[in-house]
Design a protein around this ligand. Structure first.
Ligand code: HEM
Length: 214
């Protein structure tokens, strides 16, 4: 069993702040949107909390973004430029999640400090972090002060459009968290990836008979 340092401190700080913040945003967002169904706090407190947590997470996003921009660890996010290689690796990973894992097959992806993500994670995390999270923050800031940002809101089709995008993304993130936590529990032990995101170190099982394939 070897230990690999794959999650540097800024990534871990960003990640757990972000995870807690998203859970709180979902809870307060549910109350703001579905007031008749959820009343954890007073409405006013839910709105104030939602806004503050949103701004904290926007700043936090730049911890993640700044760290990767200024570090060679950005390589973990470099996309695979050969489409055939990428699709083969994705297909192998899908086969593993959908079938191989239930037969006890080894994970086809072998992480290293600069290739910690498998093909599916690499694509998913890029879409989440470079597209969906910024869109959620942007629409959130517009909705925070619709009067101040009225001209920008009009460019995007009005409050209803901006609000619909914000709520649809909230549904996407709620689903993402469930799938993400499930997939994160599929390390060589249930807790291996969680421990790695807490300590920075991933324990890698020795697989002498296994060929490194991705
Ligand atoms: C209860 C909530 C969450 C838990 C328990 C959790 C758990 C984990 C774990 C264990 C990892 C490392 C293993 C892996 O890469 O799959 C991870 C990585 C990651 N998670 Fe989460 N997560 C949560 C919420 C979120 C949310 C809300 C987002 C984004 C909106 C997110 C985005 C990411 C990203 C981008 C990575 C890779 C980070 C990097 O190394 O750059 N997670 N998460």
């Amino acid at each position: 069993m070897q230990k690999l340092y794959i999650n540097p401190l800024p990534v871990r700080i960003w990640h757990w702040t972000n995870a807690l913040g998203f859970l709180l945003l979902i809870a307060s967002g549910l109350q703001i949107r579905y007031l008749d169904l959820f009343q954890w706090l007073s409405f006013r407190t839910a709105v104030i909390a939602h806004n503050w947590i949103g701004f904290v997470l926007i700043v936090n996003f730049f911890v993640w973004f700044g760290f990767y921009l200024l570090s060679d660890k950005i390589k973990v996010y470099h996309p695979e430029l050969s489409p055939s290689k990428y699709f083969r690796a994705s297909f192998r990973q899908l086969q593993f999640y959908g079938y191989g894992i239930f037969r006890g097959d080894p994970n086809p992806h072998h992480p290293s400090a600069y290739r910690k993500f498998n093909a599916l994670q690499s694509m998913m995390y890029q879409i989440i972090m470079m597209l969906l999270v910024p869109m959620q923050f942007f629409t959130g800031v517009l909705l925070w002060d619709v009067t101040r940002f009225s001209s920008v809101i009009e460019v995007f089709g009005g409050v209803r459009v901006v609000d619909t995008v914000h709520v649809l993304l909230f549904i996407v993130f709620s689903g993402f968290i469930i799938v993400h936590v499930y997939l994160a529990s599929l390390g060589h032990t249930r807790s291996a990836h969680f421990k790695a995101m807490l300590t920075g170190y991933e324990e890698i099982e020795d697989e002498p008979t296994q060929k490194a394939s991705s």
